[in-house]
Design a protein around this ligand. Structure first.
Ligand code: NI
Length: 182
């Protein structure tokens, strides 16, 4: 496993539409492992392949273990290949998000409260997952990355985006007081 450099805002790859994965080969396994490693090292809770300059439809998500009472899938590395949101709640909730590709900023973004996502696992097996709240938020944030969309595109007004003067230095701060860093 290796930590890869994170593409920062301004990098064209972050604005491209990521390509579908058709081959579940060793390269894909290495990519998924490296993405998890890169995400953890930056104390993020999600990462999309374009953020490591790979324009493929791969996202990883891992909520901190201590979030388990709220979300049972916390502490488990989740890998989604070619993910698609097939259903989403009409109800939207506002929450704070940061992006590992936009360091030093946090913004308030509206997202569906719950979603159903369809994807393939890293072996190419189909699965569906219903996710709510923080998990749903991170998955929506990451799937946006696959379409070249950044959370700042969804900010309603400039006062909903602000600077943070510290970087996340612990796992807890990866969810900076309930900010999803992804
Ligand atoms: Ni992001």
């Amino acid at each position: 496993m290796a930590v890869r450099p994170i593409a920062l805002i301004g990098a064209p790859v972050l604005r491209e539409k990521a390509k579908k994965v058709h081959s579940f080969d060793d390269d894909l396994q290495v990519l998924a492992e490296d993405m998890l490693e890169t995400m953890r090292q930056a104390y993020g809770i999600g990462l999309a392949a374009p953020q490591v300059s790979v324009s493929k439809q791969v996202i990883v998500v891992e909520l901190p273990e201590e979030y388990k009472e709220v979300e049972p899938l916390s502490g488990k590395p989740l890998v989604f290949i070619n993910p698609e949101i097939i259903k989403s709640s009409r109800e939207e909730v506002s929450g704070e998000e940061g992006c590992l590709s936009i360091p030093g900023y946090v913004g308030e973004v509206w997202r569906s409260k719950w979603i159903v996502v369809r994807a393939l696992d890293k072996n190419g097996k189909k699965f569906r997952l219903k996710a709510k709240d923080l998990l749903a938020r991170v998955i929506q944030h990451e799937i946006d990355h696959l379409h070249g969309v950044l959370y700042i595109d969804r900010i309603e007004s400039p006062d909903k985006l602000w600077k943070v003067d510290r970087e996340a230095k612990t796992e807890r701060e990866g969810i900076l007081e309930n900010v999803a860093l992804a």
